[in-house]
Design a protein around this ligand. Structure first.
Ligand code: COA
Length: 199
């Protein structure tokens, strides 16, 4: 995606998925230094300064067309980030990518991420022409794998001890969702608007 392309905004009934900007640094640091958020997330930061690397990465994947990462806000509070979601490892020739997500614990269990990921998946399958979305989740993180199962992702298998975590190796559950499965889903998604407006 070139620098001239407007960053894609996505609107759901309750939320706005928007570009993550420099002013979000403190909020991203607060999330990515909270052990409740990062326990199964894989990335965490100890200082505000180090967290800048995450914002740089959001910019890099967008500019190189290898991913898009959105900040999640309530529609009436667009400055106030409550979490993030996005895709990386976007292979434009193979039309596949990997999804990731987190929100602050005070918003857990209220259907926020289900609504936001529904919108993100819809955008990726319809506007980006993705064919396959993948997600890797630790077995001890049912909040995540039940969320993606509810969205229609299918378990492909377990990657045994494929990730180093402290002094041990952990398994990862490998999930995928194909475009045709998304199109043929039985559960309706929230009404979604894609707003190709730059911020
Ligand atoms: C995973 C996470 C994003 C879920 O977000 P959320 O907004 O709380 O999820 P939702 O409320 O939309 O839940 C949707 C579905 O997911 C499942 N789910 C969510 N939280 C769950 C929990 N604690 N236990 C079991 N299932 C859960 C349920 O099936 C739920 O549907 P239901 O409410 O109809 O039963 C959130 O827990 C989080 O940010 N965790 C920390 C970061 C993280 O682990 N990221 C993923 C790394 S792979």
């Amino acid at each position: 995606m070139s620098e001239k392309s407007p960053f894609p905004l996505i609107q759901t009934p309750q939320f706005l998925l928007r570009k993550i900007v420099a002013d979000d640094l403190c909020t991203i640091f607060r999330g990515m230094s909270d052990p409740r958020v990062t326990e199964y997330y894989g990335i965490s930061y100890e200082t505000l300064e180090l967290t800048q690397a995450q914002l740089d990465w959001f910019e890099l994947i967008y500019e190189t067309g290898t991913g898009i990462w959105w900040g999640i806000c309530h529609r009436d509070e667009p400055q106030h980030l409550i979490g993030t979601c996005g895709i990386n490892e976007w292979e434009q020739d193979d039309h596949c990518a990997e999804a990731g997500f987190w929100i602050f614990p005070e918003y857990w269990g209220k259907g926020v991420m289900h609504e936001c990921l529904s919108a993100m998946l819809d955008y990726c399958f319809t506007k980006l022409s993705l064919h396959r979305m993948q997600s890797m989740v630790e077995p001890d993180n049912p909040a995540s794998w039940k969320l993606i199962e509810k969205l229609g992702f299918q378990l492909e298998g377990i990657l045994r001890e494929c990730e180093r975590k402290g002094d041990r190796y952990v398994d990862l559950r490998c999930y995928s969702l194909l475009a045709r499965e998304w199109r043929n889903r039985t559960q309706p998604s929230a009404t979604i608007m894609h707003l190709p407006t730059s911020t």
